[in-house]
Design a protein around this ligand. Structure first.
Ligand SMILES: C[S@@+](CC[C@H](N)C(=O)[O-])C[C@H]1O[C@@H](n2cnc3c(N)ncnc32)[C@H](O)[C@@H]1O
Length: 438
């Protein structure tokens, strides 16, 4: 079925265009907000249709030609053809709508901190390899590879080593893993870069032994930028990013990155904010909202390698960070020494299980920065019943943030401020920071 003359009025968080006609809703891929299109309906759902663009009738005023060679096939950056200033507006609207629809809060205006130059900002990417030694990204929700030789959002350091890596994979005929056939070796390549333009390389393999392994390692060693190489074995029938164990093959020096003046050692399995150009701004917004005076005891739940605990802790009396990943807690303790900040400590475990006891340390402010699924309800209930009067919520998912704000409101917390920081240009993802008080 064809539907003609549809104006794209919005973009979903997944990057699909939204159109409405005759009380029906359509979701369309590969469109820009403001564009008018004809579509072919490819799927009928109960309350909406999914369509494929046949032609553009009228270009969007927000359209911009992309410099990315792969923007037609690669689904990673769904907003590459939308002017950056409009991307920021769309994100503001998305958060405003979700906070109001799910959270029941009305916000007039939200500030968003964007990037001056929204390219080459990512310090980490995950690449896949296919059976023909091509390297690239998987198309969204598929195992189909889009081969790439460069990526406009990855740091220049990452871009610089991509072709050399590809050459070695071809030279030593190391095939990518095929999930359907359960054949091939490389399941994933994680490339991380830092402020010194060094690389940490972690390659996930389907098995430990493969032909030419030693030669492959020797040649990777010769790439100057690569200062650490890890292999991770994942022999399950999936292409997960990393297996349980990660083994270091060489280290020319420790892989360390910086946020402001603070230095952080990062292990392969540990979380670190991916946007090198905006992480300091993200943390500074949180600091501004919390107005720390140096007398506070803070509890930083979901603390990763202690970035937030140390960044905020040096402006407070004491800080405790809680993190579930063992390697990240080890990094956090190293980072404490590296930065000579002694008023912080780190606890290994689940935030929802540790919070109740830790609140007994005269905690004044709780900071939460959970993964996309948001806060565990048990944690919200403990926090809600506690004496805590100030909560800083850093979130990478406005939908779960809105849900949690609603629960917290039921315990008397009020939303004082909300601000956004664009950590993920060219996608509809955005980081939100909310200050709540009682
Ligand atoms: C979005 S990251 C934030 C890390 C840190 N605040 C930062 O800015 O680098 C979320 C962190 O929470 C950790 N995590 C996930 N579930 C957790 C849980 N139930 N309890 C404690 N930490 C958890 C993850 O391993 C990850 O390091």
């Amino acid at each position: 079925m064809k539907v003609e003359n549809l104006e794209i009025i919005d973009i979903t968080e997944q990057g699909q265009g939204v159109a409405k006609k005759d009380n029906l809703v359509y979701f369309v891929e590969d469109v820009v907000v403001g564009e008018t299109v004809d579509i072919e309906v490819i799927e009928k759902k109960k309350n909406f249709f999914i369509g494929k663009k046949i032609r553009t009738l009228k270009n969007s005023p927000y359209y911009i030609e992309s410099n990315c060679k792969y923007s037609k096939e690669c689904t990673g950056c769904s907003l590459l053809n939308t002017k950056y200033s409009k991307q920021l507006e769309l994100k503001k609207e998305l958060v405003k709508n979700q906070i109001s629809r799910i959270g029941n809060f009305n916000i007039e205006n939200i500030n968003i901190r964007g990037l001056e130059e929204p390219y080459y900002f990512r310090n980490k990417i995950e690449l896949k390899v296919d059976e023909n030694y091509k390297i690239g990204y998987y198309i969204k929700k598929s195992h189909k590879l889009v081969p790439i030789e460069e990526c406009l959002v990855a740091s220049k350091t990452i871009n610089n080593i991509m072709d050399r890596l590809l050459e070695l994979i071809k030279k030593y005929k190391i095939k990518g893993y095929n999930r359907n056939k359960n054949t091939g070796i490389i399941k994933n390549i994680t490339i991380r870069s830092n402020y010194l333009d060094e690389i940490q390389l972690t390659i996930t393999l389907s098995k430990d032994k493969f032909e030419n392994k030693e030669e492959f390692i020797d040649e990777i060693f010769k790439i100057d930028e690569v200062i650490e190489l890890y292999f991770s074995i994942n022999n399950k029938k999936n292409s997960e990013v990393m297996g349980e164990k990660v083994k270091q093959y060489f280290s020319k020096k420790e892989f360390i990155d910086k946020v402001g003046e603070l230095k952080f050692k990062i292990s392969p399995k540990s979380f670190f904010q991916v946007n090198s150009l905006n992480t300091k701004n993200l943390y500074d917004i949180a600091l501004k909202q919390m107005k720390l005076e140096g007398r506070e005891n803070i509890l930083d739940l979901y603390c990763g390698i202690g970035t937030t605990t140390l960044y905020f802790g040096k402006n407070a009396k004491t800080a405790i960070g809680v993190e579930i990943v063992e390697d990240a807690v080890k990094d956090a303790n190293i980072n404490k020494k590296l930065n000579k900040i002694n008023n912080v400590e780190f606890v290994l475990g689940k935030s929802e299980e540790k919070i109740e006891k830790l609140l007994n340390n005269n905690i004044d402010i709780v900071i939460v920065d959970p993964p996309r699924k948001g806060l565990d309800k048990k944690l919200v209930d403990i926090l809600g019943r506690s004496k805590i009067k100030k909560l800083e919520y850093i979130s990478c998912n406005p939908a779960t943030l809105s849900r949690d704000l609603k629960y917290l409101q039921e315990y008397g917390f009020k939303l004082q401020e909300i601000e956004l920081c664009d950590m993920f240009p060219h996608t509809m993802h955005v980081e939100a920071l909310a200050l709540l008080t009682k």
